[in-house]
Design a binder for this molecule. Structure first.
Ligand code: SF4
Length: 351
């Protein structure tokens, strides 16, 4: 699996051949895509690892190191691996240092890689696959890498991307909306309140008029005066705060539900608020409910990957090894889809 064979990119070519065949056979419309990720255990264990405080990549002698360790050094500046975060992992494996020590699987922590899928939800065809480090920023980055690649390779530009809350940051929603992709993704809102009063998500962002509209239909504005001399007015730099009129809030029947301890309600504008509002508006539609059901298709593919194909633990080490195994498994899943959709013609029974 190493050396020239890997350098030829044969496995990627093989996988993309199955995608091209699925497109040619009408199994991919390229309209509705779903992205998700599954943790796959690496061939590494805690007994053979170093805790955070003692790990120093600079002390590794790359000449005498095994292949997986050399690959680790090569991807230290790669956004999908080493550069995905500045936070050092709690443990680093000696045999496969690129793998991530993670407890995201809700059970005991282990070393893992993330298998990222991008599927067309019409028939559950995998249109792209990518290995990444098992942390959120690398996984969200992998979804963008895959969207860019399917556009380049197959000219597929989905109308929507369906994904779970992990993909719902303002930055990611902004990236999608800018490219004309509708985010069917729950919005991450860190301004959520736990005391039962209305949070920012209950207010509607009105981009055209640069204001929020509260549930009682009143405007929360950043500036209320028109400054004829632009040097006199607020600069608009820094965090933008929006406020309702004091006398309106004082007379409001919903004040106790909105701002019980303040004279008037204030809201801070989040970055990419336009895109977040697009996602919130989509979340109120029937199409969104359909999308949430379609999202199960990618989860089913991961269940099949682990239970039927038996890819619960990687056999190869290093990011290239993980990528190869993920590509092979996705190829097998697409071939299975083709075989089930277009079964081989049966030989007529001879008497
Ligand atoms: S208290 Fe003010 S901001 Fe809140 S709902 Fe009433 S009018 Fe709107």
């Amino acid at each position: 699996m190493h050396g020239r064979f890997r350098e030829s990119d044969l496995l990627r070519h093989l996988f993309e051949t199955t995608v091209a065949r699925c497109i040619a056979d009408g199994l991919v419309s390229g309209q509705r895509f779903a992205a998700d990720v599954s943790l796959i255990e690496a061939d590494a264990n805690k007994q053979n690892s170093t805790p955070r405080k003692d790990w120093d990549p600079g002390a590794i002698d790359s000449d005498g190191a095994p292949r997986a360790v050399r690959e680790y050094l090569e991807v230290l500046d790669d956004a999908a691996f080493g550069a995905a975060t500045t936070v050092k992992p709690k443990f680093t494996s000696h045999s496969d240092p690129t793998s991530q020590w993670t407890a995201a699987g809700k059970g005991p922590a282990f070393f893992a890689y993330s298998d990222n899928y991008l599927i067309d939800t019409d028939h559950g065809v995998i249109v792209d696959v990518e290995a990444s480090r098992s942390i959120l920023s690398a996984e969200v980055g992998a979804s963008r890498t895959m969207l860019n690649r399917v556009k380049r390779r197959f000219d597929l530009r989905p109308e929507r991307l369906i994904a779970d809350t992990a993909y719902g940051s303002g930055k990611n929603l902004g990236w999608l909306v800018k490219r004309g992709i509708n985010p069917h993704i729950p919005v991450i809102d860190k301004a959520g309140r736990t005391d039962g009063t209305w949070s920012r998500a209950d207010f509607e962002w009105d981009a055209r008029n640069n204001q929020y509209i509260c549930p009682e239909g009143e405007a929360l504005k950043q500036f209320r005066r028109n400054y004829s001399d632009p040097n006199r007015g607020p600069t608009g730099k820094g965090v933008a705060k929006y406020q309702a009129l004091k006398h309106t809030c004082q007379a409001c029947p919903s004040k106790m539900k909105c701002c019980p301890n303040a004279d008037a309600r204030k809201i801070t504008l989040e970055e990419h608020e336009d895109a977040r509002q697009v996602a919130r508006d989509i979340a109120k539609t029937r199409q969104y409910d359909i999308s949430m059901k379609l999202r199960k298709k990618v989860e089913m593919l991961f269940a099949h990957l682990k239970r039927i194909l038996g890819l619960g633990r990687l056999r190869l080490r290093g990011p290239c090894g993980a990528n190869d195994e993920f590509l092979l498994a996705a190829t097998a899943q697409n071939l299975r889809k083709l075989a089930k959709t277009f079964p081989a013609p049966q030989k007529p029974k001879t008497a």
